[in-house]
Design a binder for this molecule. Structure first.
Ligand SMILES: [Zn+2]
Length: 416
């Protein structure tokens, strides 16, 4: 097996032109994109991607969840394909690069291989996963989740948008319900290139994030109850202030997350205060504590300490407190061989790099459960994403796709 030479690079101008052409479909109101899943614009974007793939000599397969698989044949008929890809759908006020870079980066590496007349032992498949964003149809990463056996197809197709339109009906309407059974494909490996959606790479001046883990998440809903009473006429010793109880618990949440620095994080982003009136001491608060870490034992420790510390605070203040786990998923450890292929590629190409933990969920996190998987990240300006102002440079996109090319070629094995 030959490793690609360090001077082998993709065509950054061609990649950038394709990113800009795709961004013309479903333009946003502020320079970004609104190409939500299963809309007419999503259908149009899919058609353009299909046309490009076919022009590059690939054949398109589509499964019954609308996942698209463009195949470049390999030399060994028994070798399983190496997959690359991400998603073409966007948030309602999304950027031009979130997801799209991973799909069109995959296409660009095939175009580069065609230019160079490169052959590989394993086929290479460029993938567009349906409904990664999860805004129109919750949850996020829906179709890669069905592919990996996390959700059933029937359940996924029954999801409804805000207008009550079912996922399955919309998929048929836009004409992208394929005939392949979901999840039947077997993979040699899968690589996803994505923008970081965080500030670390740009702040440290690094070209490439070698993603080793995906953060796990835990949501605990906490309800604290005291007694509503007048803010003016209730003496301090006679108050049962649920709002103050929450403030003390949130101080602990912060302390608990800091105790597992640097990778653990914790906060409450959702808070309801009752009755939420200027002159009433809150008698009840409901809030959700969000803890994240790449290490499952750390998440479990943070959950347990929240319950112990929270109970102590409530007991001291004469309040009642209850805890319910309302959501979460386990941390992801990406495949060591695939991660090494990414790191080796960055080294070979002379790009600055660092290991990174993905703070957001990605299709690769589900696919990692059924195939060896890794992710490559490139910087984005101010870490901004899920925003029309999301921005990256052509150089960053090119570096990320160069690394994708090299990692894929090492894994798919160049022949001759
Ligand atoms: Zn994305």
């Amino acid at each position: 097996m030959a490793a690609p030479g360090e001077n082998m690079k993709i065509n950054g101008d061609r990649l950038w032109d394709s990113l800009m052409d795709m961004a013309k479909i479903g333009p946003g109101v502020a320079g970004g994109n609104n190409r939500q899943t299963l809309t007419d614009e999503d259908g149009e974007g899919r058609k353009l991607f299909q046309d490009w793939c076919e022009a590059a000599g690939m054949s398109m397969g589509v499964d019954t969840m609308g996942n698209m698989f463009a195949t470049r044949a390999g030399e060994d008929p028994d070798a399983l394909p190496v997959y690359v890809g991400s998603h073409l759908d966007t948030q309602p006020t999304g950027g031009k690069y979130d997801g799209v870079l991973g799909v069109l980066g995959g296409l660009e590496l095939i175009r580069t291989m065609n230019d160079l007349g490169l052959k590989t032992k394993h086929p290479i498949v460029v993938t567009n996963w349906t409904n990664e964003e999860g805004t129109r149809y919750a949850p996020a990463m829906l179709s890669s989740g069905v592919f990996a056996g996390i959700h059933t197809e029937d359940w996924a197709k029954d999801r409804e948008d805000a207008e009550g339109i079912k996922f399955g009906d919309e998929l048929k309407r836009i004409g992208w319900e394929g005939d392949e059974p979901v999840g039947a494909r077997k993979m040699h490996a899968m690589f996803e290139l994505h923008i970081e959606q965080g500030p670390i790479l740009e702040a440290e001046g690094k070209d490439i994030g070698v993603v080793t883990h995906g953060q796990g998440l835990s949501w605990t809903e906490v309800i604290i109850e005291g007694k509503d009473s007048h803010t003016g006429s209730t003496p301090m010793p006679m108050r049962k202030n649920a709002g103050l109880g929450m403030a003390k618990v949130l101080e602990k949440v912060d302390e608990i997350a800091w105790s597992h620095a640097p990778h653990a994080v914790g906060a409450a982003g959702h808070i309801d205060v009752y009755p939420n009136s200027r002159n009433v001491i809150p008698g009840k608060v409901v809030f959700t504590v969000d803890f994240r870490s790449p290490d499952l034992s750390v998440i479990e420790d943070m959950e347990a300490r929240l319950r112990v510390e929270g109970q102590k605070i409530a007991d001291d203040m004469g309040l009642t407190i209850s805890f319910e786990k309302v959501g979460g998923f386990d941390p992801v450890t990406f495949d060591e061989t695939c991660v090494s292929a990414v790191r080796n590629a960055a080294v070979r190409l002379g790009y600055s790099h660092r290991d990174l933990i993905s703070g957001a969920g990605h299709d690769a996190c589900w696919i990692n459960q059924v195939a060896p998987t890794a992710m490559i990240m490139c910087p984005c300006v101010d870490g901004l994403s899920h925003n029309e102002a999301e921005e990256i440079s052509k150089e960053w996109a090119t570096a990320g796709t160069d690394v994708l090319l090299h990692a894929v070629l090492e894994t798919a094995e160049i022949v001759e």
